[in-house]
Ligand binder design. Structure first.
Ligand SMILES: Cc1ncc(COP(=O)(O)O)c(C=O)c1O
Length: 305
């Protein structure tokens, strides 16, 4: 991967990419106490636009509130920082990472009086699952998805991602592309950093909020697109067995986009190729993020830079 260059917004100032550094004992590095977002900007109608900026900023502030972190930047200030960072780096198609963390190198869990810093980085990013455009081979993980009595599943809190990482590492080391995490009760929750959908009898089925999933913004986008093009959507408990008997399956996520799943636990999903409904949603999603949706409401999801 080409080493990214450019500038990172760091507590209100731009610093060189290589100089945006912190101490090795920084609280959030030691204890996973940061919160973050992932936003994409896309080429759109001759310019570039951030997709669902307000929704991502809202989730970022919710993550901070859930984790009791007092941010020193306002919502409007963070939105501006995100726009400025993409512009400053001259990027159009890119991934943006806002991150807030306890920027303090005194060892100790207590955060009282510890400085909270916020950064915004923007990097060029190709396909999240490189070389897998025809579809993914997934494994139901031996790691259960975290539950809200243990960690705040609705927050994008750094520490939560140890769970995602363990599941993803296990899948990759076993020769698969990605993990699907079960709940404590054995129901389907989501991928390591993606929500999951299956297609049954022409309708979409996806785990509901009760499955303690991260309420993905791409998930919401796909649900809204599906409803407007006449595809039914059911949000409910999804049984592991349905992963094996469904007609189609796919992941959604800001980094991943909409990606077909063609094999789960070494069993073909449907025909073993991306299905027709998945392909039409991929196409509609692509149009939507590039500002070419036929639906004017969806065009409002873009913030042009
Ligand atoms: C655990 C998890 N689930 C789902 C998603 C997909 O969410 P979104 O579509 O908002 O990127 C992500 C990515 O942010 C994630 O980290």
């Amino acid at each position: 991967m080409k080493k990214p260059k450019g500038s990172i917004w760091f507590d209100g100032k731009f610093v060189d990419y290589d100089k945006a550094n912190v101490h090795v004992l920084t609280h959030s590095l030691q204890y996973g106490s940061g919160i973050f977002e992932g936003i994409r900007s896309f080429r759109a109608n001759g310019g570039s636009a951030l997709f669902r900026l307000d929704d991502h900023v809202k989730r970022f502030f919710n993550s901070a509130k859930i984790c009791g972190m007092k941010l020193r930047v306002s919502r409007a200030g963070l939105s501006k920082a995100i726009m400025d960072t993409v512009r400053k780096n001259g990027l159009d198609d890119c991934y943006v990472r806002p991150f807030s963390f306890y920027n303090d190198s005194n060892i100790g869990l207590d955060v009282t009086g510890k400085k909270v810093s916020t950064i915004v980085a923007a990097v060029g990013m190709g396909p999240y699952f490189r070389g897998k455009s025809s579809g993914l081979r997934c494994k139901v993980s031996s790691w259960e998805r975290i539950s809200p009595s243990v960690l705040p599943t609705e927050a994008k809190a750094s520490g939560n991602y140890v769970n995602s990482l363990l599941a993803s590492m296990e899948a990759k080391r076993s020769g698969f592309d990605e993990a699907i995490l079960p709940s404590e009760g054995g129901f389907v929750t989501e991928g390591a950093a993606e929500n999951i959908f299956i297609v049954e009898d022409g309708n979409l089925v996806t785990p509901s909020k009760e499955a303690n999933i991260l309420m993905g913004i791409t998930r919401d986008t796909v649900i809204k697109i599906a409803k407007t093009i006449g595809i039914g959507v059911e949000e409910r408990e999804v049984h592991r067995e349905e992963l094996y008997t469904c007609d189609e399956a796919f992941f959604t996520g800001t980094a991943a986009g909409v990606v077909p799943i063609i094999n789960i636990d070494s069993k073909k999903v449907g025909s073993g190729k991306a299905g027709g409904i998945t392909e039409s949603l991929m196409d509609e999603y692509d149009k939507t993020v590039h500002g070419n949706s036929a639906n004017p409401i969806f065009r409002d999801w873009l913030t042009y830079l």
